[in-house]
Design a binder for this molecule. Sequence first.
Ligand SMILES: [Zn+2]
Length: 301
Amino acid sequence: MAPNRFANFIKNSVSVLICLFGIPLIVRWICQDKVAILLYHDVSPNVFTKHLSYLSRHYKIITLDTLVSGIHDNDFSEVPPKSVVITIDDGHVGNIALLPIIKQYRIRPTIYVCTQIINTHRYFWFRIPKQTKRKKERLKRLPNVERLAYLKESTDFEPENEYQDRQSLNIEEMREMMDCVDFEPHTQFHPILPNCNDIECKQEILGSKMDLEELLGKECLHFSYPNGDYSEREIEIVKSGGFRSARTSDIGWNTCGTSAYHLKTIPMSDDAGLMRLRAELTTIPQRIGRWVNSILWKITN
Ligand SMILES: [Zn+2]
């Protein structure tokens, strides 16, 4: 069995067990006063419809602004029980196909975009063809300058290269979506911020805010750390740069007392069926997945 199929088999089996034991119901009850920020990337319209159909029946879908205002005011009176926020990272071109569903369910998700990749034919470095998952994991651990040098040498990739096809949303699509979607910055080129030097880090965070505000003609107040990686330095730059919040990919729920610059998240599989969705809302499969990956990384490196 191929590794991906095996991993999927394990995740689906764990999900069946979680649902059989009624854990989703228990977790939903225990966490009813906390807010889950769900994180998608390039989810298909078909899967997104199924998820929203389930979520809208069992949860209250609120905006990121509502959650962040509640945290800053230390007052969750505007935040209903069992609330979730929908966020989508990177600004993949396929996101435009979600617009009819977003309208149908009358939600306002946040899409965090890489501001020097949207509206161009540039590639996301992690979506260059023929890069294995293992190689990408190695690249995420290199200093930024070494990662770029490796990509240049092995694939002739440079962040500003333009290609035939388009991987990200363009401005026409974003304008079409703006009434129903809150676009916010996710750096310019999606580096791993703690691996950048101070100048690169500031440019990626503050430059992306300026890029997006100029492109869309609106103020941008929310940030998300690429790959969920951050250190005290990134938090300081985000705070002093005028952002009101930053989302990590630390797994968990948010309360009144959560720091607005360490928002926790529930990463969702873009291909999760209903059983997996219910299991992933407990965060158990994701925690097991990260634990297994970290052990495999230690064994093989
Ligand atoms: Zn990202």
